[in-house]
Design a protein around this ligand. Structure first.
Ligand code: B12
Ligand code: SF4
Length: 510
């Protein structure tokens, strides 16, 4: 079968040439289990392949029918996935097309309403896909396969969900070797799945669930060793939803990393919650090579933190950042702008806080109600949601990466808020943070630092190649800066005008 990672070609818009390309991890795991069972599997990633149809044609030419295709679909890539699956159906009408990943898992009915999708696999696919594939290939009845939704005539049948995979060590190691394209950043590992918290904007639980499961420290370290021996990455991102849920595991992992001296060879980056860290843990993490941490700070308002159901306070997050900075960490963070009941002041406080905390990297995202989240339900109810085409505007970083002459409308604007003002506050916050000599210098000189958010190129030749794209980016960022200044000026001017007219009218009345 052919597994396809869907991705719009311009997913990262102006920033595309400067951001690392990540491996489609879910597809990697699925390919690994299928290969382990000696099943025929080919991976195509739209991020790096430009002749997808040609590749498909050449691969299926020596395969027996029916041809089976599996698409991995994030909301932002839904349109690309439908475009490609329609082309495949037109070429091979008898082919069977399976959609999996967060978007189809959250909206199976909507996804199956498309002629070009036959089956949706919900949640983790490693146990389901091999069984489903075997039955489809043999022409057997697949109606008993768990975790799937499928069509029978005009009806859609939803089969029961099975429990999540408990023992992650039972899965094969991640098959880095299948991703040989030099554009990939192979410095990553997933050592656990799931997160027990309930943040209303987070769609992790849709596929990987609330139940925390992890690989044993021994097998994690083995995978890290292999990664180092084969690819020598300097920085390895732990792409776990939440690395620190189980302290016992993390202490054992640190111990083994130090015993194998891996912390001297590579540095590690991870995501953490403010309330999951303390001074001692941070020190031990730092000494074990975990030197770059990412916190979801989200907001500066305790009231909004409660609405988000984060289960931690702004205070705790600030204290965690301070402790991490003191311990020497490279600290990154994200704020979300455009949340229910948020004001301009709350947003501008976030921009100030980012500078006060001396964060090394920050993102100001626009709130995006991904399907399956509680925010999606809130946004549907309060009327603030706007779906452009096939969810093409569901992108939490669109404000910063978009072309200023081709703005992407927000997918969510809470009642009482103004889209233009939120957009402006996001840009203003970015400029306040990054328009600083030290930070700009660091972007251009330390491409391997932190979470690899922006890279101007690893060596001189690479940097030179990127000059034209960089000039275009500079131009558009300049336009955005002018737009922000004009917006602030117009806002102040209108306040002045209102004040002036009020005064004049009052005088005339008197
Ligand atoms: C690592 C990561 C990334 C990486 C790599 C993504 C990748 N392609 O693997 C990077 C940094 C590139 C990334 C980017 C983005 N990400 Co991201 N990312 C994650 C993260 C933290 C882990 C993903 C992961 O590896 N999970 C582990 C694997 C095993 O799980 P999985 O990928 O879901 O795959 C399993 C199942 O879904 C299923 N499955 C998946 N595909 C298929 C296909 C078939 C045929 C079948 C049968 C089954 C199946 O089986 C897989 C194995 O069990 C998740 C959070 C999460 N827990 O999912 C967010 C997450 C997937 N990202 C998210 C988002 C929004 C984004 C961005 C849009 C952010 C942005 N604004 O730019 C971009 C989109 C990039 C793009 N090209 O479109 C959202 C997706 C929500 C949604 N509904 O789409 C998530 C859920 C986080 C969140 N915000 O809640 N991301
Ligand atoms: S703590 Fe992080 S991973 Fe867990 S639900 Fe909240 S945002 Fe999602």
């Amino acid at each position: 079968m052919i597994l396809i990672n869907s991705s719009p070609k311009d997913a990262l818009k102006l920033f595309q040439p400067f951001l690392p390309i990540y491996v489609p991890i879910g597809i990697g795991y699925l390919a690994a289990v299928m290969k382990e069972k000696n099943m025929d599997v080919e991976v195509i990633d739209e991020q790096v392949e430009f002749d997808v149809i040609d590749k498909i044609k050449s691969h299926v030419s020596n395969l027996p029918t029916p041809y089976i295709f599996g698409f991995s679909v994030l909301t932002a890539a839904y349109k690309s996935a439908l475009d490609m699956s329609s082309k495949i159906k037109a070429l091979y009408p008898d082919s069977i097309i399976i959609f999996g990943g967060p978007h189809p898992t959250a909206l199976p009915e909507e996804v199956l309403a498309n002629q070009c999708v036959d089956i949706v696999v919900k949640g983790e696919g490693e146990l389901v896909l091999p069984e489903l594939y075997t039955k489809l290939k043999r022409g057997e009845d697949y109606s008993t396969v768990k975790n799937i939704s499928y069509k029978v005539g005009d009806h859609i049948i939803h089969n029961d969900r099975s429990p999540m995979i408990v023992d992650l060590d039972s899965l094969p190691s991640f098959p880095y070797h299948l991703f040989s394209n030099p554009s990939y950043d192979l410095g990553f590992i997933v050592s656990s799945r799931g997160c027990p918290y309930h943040c209303i904007f987070c769609s992790n639980r849709i596929t990987t669930g609330k139940k925390y499961r992890y690989k044993s420290p021994e097998s994690t370290v083995e995978e890290l060793e292999n990664l180092y021996n084969n690819y020598k990455p300097k920085m390895v991102l732990f792409l776990d939803d939440n690395l620190l849920v189980n302290r016992k595991r993390i202490y054992k992992l640190m111990e083994l990393i130090r015993a194998k001296n891996l912390h001297q060879k590579m540095k590690f980056s991870f995501q953490a919650r403010g309330d999951n860290v303390d001074k001692e843990l941070l020190k031990d993490l730092y000494d074990s090579g975990f030197q770059s941490v990412f916190f979801g700070l989200e907001t500066t308002s305790e009231k909004i933190m409660k609405i988000l159901k984060k289960g931690e306070t702004v205070e705790q997050c600030i204290s965690a950042v301070n402790m991490a900075k003191k311990a020497g960490f490279h600290v990154s963070a994200t704020f979300i702008f455009g949340l229910p009941s948020e004001t301009h002041k709350i947003r501008i406080n976030a921009a100030k806080l980012a500078n006060e905390l001396e964060l090394d990297m920050v993102r100001f995202n626009n709130a995006t109600p991904y399907p399956g989240t509680e925010l999606y339900e809130i946004a549907k109810k309060d009327g603030g949601m706007f779906i452009l085409g096939l969810y093409e505007n569901f992108n939490s970083v669109s404000t910063f990466i978009e072309n200023p002459f081709k703005k992407v409308p927000f997918s969510y604007v809470p009642p009482g808020s103004n889209e233009q003002e939120i957009r402006n506050d996001i840009l203003q916050s970015y400029f306040r943070f990054y328009l600083n000599y030290k930070k700009i210098k660091r972007i251009f000189t330390r491409h391997d630092e932190g979470v690899g958010w922006f890279s101007a190129g690893s060596d001189l030749l690479n940097k030179i190649k990127k000059i034209p794209a960089l000039l275009v980016l500079m131009f558009f960022l300049g336009v955005k800066l002018i737009q922000v200044i004009c917006f602030i000026f117009m806002k102040r001017f209108s306040v002045f005008l209102a004040y002036f007219f009020k005064k004049t009218c009052n005088k005339e009345i008197r």
